[in-house]
Design a protein. Structure first.
Length: 265
């Protein structure tokens, strides 16, 4: 599949892959039109946009609809954040992954959360087998939440991440996502010691893309940051509009937006 191969190649350098995370077709279209080489979904942003909390609560049928709607308007590769797969049942996970691929995704994020690393490895193996059966060289970005969820600290956390990265690579992962760290020295060590492309997540204090690239990080995800930026603007604009009903306040906010009728027509 051309899109799958193209997406994997984006992780090979020489430039870091700066990846925006969308939540619906409109946000994805804006990101592609802004120059994104690929678009990801954010599980949190997709869930929030549909009125659900983040954390493996989102109904899989709605997830599949969202992926299909986004895929329909994109020409660049799409990778989908499927949290922990919404199940620990391997057969059920395999069917979900086949459906995700069928909806148009050529990559996924699969997070371990607080799960045992051995279980997560079995899930990665099940995902790889399901994707192969679907005929797609799916890019499996194995996310470990050791830092994000505070499962360990200091040298113990670093050792645990490296051990999990080796386990997940052996199970068939294509990349390792380590959200949480912002320390440039730590990210440099992780990128050096992990054989697969390392993915960092945007957050306050994180070095910019050029510095991450120099540190060896291959992928930078916006996570829920763009959703927060968009909806923060919406919250402020709505409050101002409700206060005085001043239409002119809205005009500057629409500058630069595409004609969605033209874009989707």
């Amino acid at each position: 599949m051309i899109q799958a191969a193209a997406f994997k190649a984006l992780h090979a350098g020489p430039e870091i892959l700066v990846l925006p995370n969308a939540w619906d077709a409109a946000s994805a279209a804006i990101m592609e039109d802004a120059g994104a080489k690929a678009v990801a979904t954010s599980s949190a942003a997709v869930a929030w946009a549909h009125g659900y909390a983040d954390g493996d609560f989102f109904p899989v049928p709605l997830l599949l609809t969202a992926i299909a709607e986004i895929s329909r308007v994109l020409k660049v590769p799409l990778t989908a954040d499927i949290e922990g797969g919404y199940t620990d049942d391997l057969a059920e996970l395999a069917e979900t992954v086949k459906a995700v691929v069928g909806a148009g995704a050529v990559g996924i994020n699969l997070e371990d959360g607080r799960r045992d690393a051995a279980l997560h490895a079995r899930k990665i193996e099940a995902v790889r087998k399901a994707a192969d059966q679907a005929g797609v060289a799916l890019f499996i970005n194995a996310r470990t939440d050791v830092y994000l969820k505070g499962l360990a600290a200091g040298e113990a956390a670093q050792a645990e991440v490296l051990a999990r990265a080796r386990t997940y690579a052996a199970a068939g992962a294509d990349g390792i996502f380590v959200p949480g760290p912002t320390d440039e020295a730590l990210l440099t060590v992780l990128a050096k010691e992990i054989a697969l492309p390392v993915n960092a997540m945007a957050r306050p204090g994180l070095p910019n893309a050029a510095r991450l690239e120099a540190a060896g990080v291959r992928r930078l995800s916006s996570g829920g940051g763009l959703f927060a930026a968009a909806y923060g603007t919406l919250a402020r604009a709505t409050a101002a509009y409700l206060k005085d009903g001043e239409s002119d306040r809205l005009t500057p906010l629409s500058e630069g937006l595409p004609s969605f009728n033209k874009r989707f027509g």
